[in-house]
Design a protein around this ligand. Structure first.
Ligand code: HEM
Ligand SMILES: *[C@@H]1O[C@H](CO)[C@@H](O)[C@H](O)[C@H]1NC(C)=O
Ligand SMILES: *[C@@H]1O[C@H](CO)[C@@H](O)[C@H](O)[C@H]1NC(C)=O
Ligand SMILES: *[C@@H]1O[C@H](CO)[C@@H](O)[C@H](O)[C@H]1NC(C)=O
Ligand SMILES: *[C@@H]1O[C@H](CO)[C@@H](O)[C@H](O)[C@H]1NC(C)=O
Ligand SMILES: *[C@@H]1O[C@H](CO)[C@@H](O)[C@H](O)[C@H]1NC(C)=O
Ligand SMILES: *[C@@H]1O[C@H](CO)[C@@H](O)[C@H](O)[C@H]1NC(C)=O
Ligand SMILES: *[C@@H]1O[C@H](CO)[C@@H](O)[C@H](O)[C@H]1NC(C)=O
Ligand SMILES: *[C@@H]1O[C@H](CO)[C@@H](O)[C@H](O)[C@H]1NC(C)=O
Ligand SMILES: *[C@@H]1O[C@H](CO)[C@@H](O)[C@H](O)[C@H]1NC(C)=O
Ligand SMILES: *[C@@H]1O[C@H](CO)[C@@H](O)[C@H](O)[C@H]1NC(C)=O
Ligand SMILES: CC(=O)N[C@H]1CO[C@H](CO)[C@@H](O)[C@@H]1O
Length: 355
């Protein structure tokens, strides 16, 4: 009898194993030319474990850092592609992407962590890994270490020597005041779809927002699509439309990567217009409902769209560079960044012309 039980157990375990390996198999969009999953296998075999180890300890001290890193990768990819351009410091004559309005709320600790990670990676492997790849892997671990899915990241991105203009940043990064129609138009500039919009917005299951990003829903009066009690609480956090304060994006589980963000939307407790309108618009509402009742479904679609987002307009092969310092283009290369006056003149025309 005992023997039979053991046999059954082994059988069901192995069938479970087979099932789970099938279930966990990543449904991923087709790889962009030049990227693959084993890019640093020989040149930096410990790359991913270095990043995971460092972030695990950093997140235990600063729970908001995960959100900061996730958003950094999003901002990098949406503007001019995932090329590390968001990381570049500007100069007084040429303000960087960081200086453009939507970037003003990117966390300084997230930029600092990318530089810390790069330092550790250079120490272990030399200068072989791009800042754009470090940012993509940090975003992946931010999700995984906050309770979300882990997934494989295509690697081989290279870094740009230029950053986008203010106007480009504002064109490509959607505003939190956008409705679904405006969001879809913004995402279409990057060939992203309605499914990508709803899945990627699930990034708002962690992190915070400033009053200014949702004051349009509180003043002069309550946005009718907002729950009354939620509204009253937000008015305590943001008593006037000039208050500088923050609140959690996901009112239920603010530091956990889960599907509760969609449960918030179903209960009319989304923070931004861009969040809540997805439960108003008939094109997105059924997707929101689906994610709110099935976390595995959300995770699966989120991973798919993140990998897709992570391949936007990447530089590969011999294009771009591997920066020695994630905050600055390499000395002597043409582009913008804080290094030389001659380069700055070349770069200021280039930024405007190419994008
Ligand atoms: C779809 C259009 C999107 C809009 C309009 C939007 C807008 C915003 C705004 C206004 C904030 C708050 C900034 C502040 O006030 O401090 C924010 C925060 C955040 N966003 Fe988005 N976002 C969008 C998409 C995304 C995507 C695709 C991701 C990642 C997958 C993402 C991840 C985050 C995270 C993690 C935070 C919290 C950052 C922190 O706590 O430091 N967002 N977003
Ligand atoms: C990944 O790309 C690198 C660089 O192009 C190449 O050396 C390596 O063979 C590729 N790996 C696979 C599995 O295609
Ligand atoms: C995610 O999986 C990769 C292997 O694919 C691993 O290197 C990494 O450490 C994992 N991240 C977390 C947070 O477990
Ligand atoms: C923990 O975070 C605080 C500020 O958030 C920082 O001053 C301190 O250095 C951090 N400690 C470690 C061990 O990272
Ligand atoms: C870019 O935007 C920032 C903040 O809005 C502003 O301080 C800066 O002057 C702008 N730069 C340009 C070139 O318009
Ligand atoms: C969405 O926003 C656009 C631009 O602000 C506006 O013209 C349009 O009427 C809005 N659509 C809906 C359905 O509210
Ligand atoms: C979007 O797709 C079009 C057509 O395939 C392509 O020309 C364009 O470069 C793509 N844009 C981005 C940002 O990937
Ligand atoms: C900021 O929000 C907190 C928490 O909601 C609240 O207690 C505090 O009064 C707010 N600060 C201001 C200046 O309104
Ligand atoms: C804040 O409210 C005042 C009075 O209602 C209005 O004049 C002003 O434009 C608002 N400011 C912002 C930034 O919305
Ligand atoms: C939830 O989504 C997963 C992944 O797509 C699917 O396999 C599963 O059947 C769904 N569960 C329910 C209850 O619909
Ligand atoms: C990296 O570049 C930034 C911007 O130019 C500079 O402020 C910083 O000191 C540099 N870091 C190192 C370690 O050289
Ligand atoms: C919060 C934050 O990171 N703000 C940055 C925005 O960009 C300027 C200019 O690069 C930086 O000085 C700020 O630190």
């Amino acid at each position: 009898m005992a023997a039979i039980k053991t046999l059954l157990l082994i059988f069901s375990c192995s069938s479970l194993l087979i099932l789970s390996s099938v279930c966990e198999a990543q449904t991923a969009p087709p790889l962009v030319k030049g990227l693959n999953y084993t890019f640093y296998k020989t040149t930096c075999p410990n790359l991913e474990s270095i990043i995971t180890k460092q972030l695990k300890s950093a997140f235990s001290n600063n729970s908001g850092l995960a959100a900061g890193l996730l958003r950094l990768h999003f901002h990098d990819c949406f503007v001019q592609g995932c090329d590390g351009s968001v990381l570049l410091d500007g100069s007084t004559s040429k303000p960087s992407e960081k200086a453009a309005l939507p970037n003003l709320t990117l966390r300084p600790a997230a930029f600092a962590m990318i530089n810390t990670l790069q330092g550790l990676i250079v120490k272990a492997c030399g200068r072989v890994v791009s800042c754009a790849d470090i940012t993509a892997l940090a975003a992946r671990d931010a999700v995984a270490l906050s309770g979300g899915p882990n997934y494989s990241v295509p690697l081989g991105r290279r870094d740009s020597a230029t950053f986008a203009t203010n106007a480009t940043v504002i064109q490509f990064l959607p505003s939190p005041r956008f409705n679904v129609t405006a969001l879809l138009a913004a995402l279409a500039l990057n060939n992203l779809t309605v499914n990508d919009l709803v899945a990627l917005s699930g990034g708002h299951t962690i992190g915070i927002g400033h009053c200014a990003a949702f004051s349009n829903r509180l003043f002069p009066s309550r946005d009718p699509t907002m729950d009354q009690t939620f509204f009253k609480n937000l008015r305590l956090t943001c008593p006037t439309n000039q208050t500088v304060n923050t609140t959690n994006l996901d009112v239920r589980t603010p530091n956990t990567f889960d599907n509760k963000y969609y449960v918030d939307l179903v209960n009319r407790q989304g923070l931004f217009t861009s969040d809540q309108d997805m439960f108003v618009d008939s094109r997105t509402k059924p997707i929101v409902t689906g994610f709110s009742t099935n976390q595995s479904l959300f995770f699966e679609k989120f991973v798919f769209s993140m990998v897709k987002m992570g391949m936007l307009n990447v530089l590969t092969g011999t294009n771009g560079q591997i920066r020695a310092n994630c905050s600055a283009k390499n000395p002597g290369t043409v582009g913008d960044g804080a290094w030389s006056v001659v380069d700055l003149e070349v770069g200021s025309g280039e930024g405007a012309a190419s994008y």
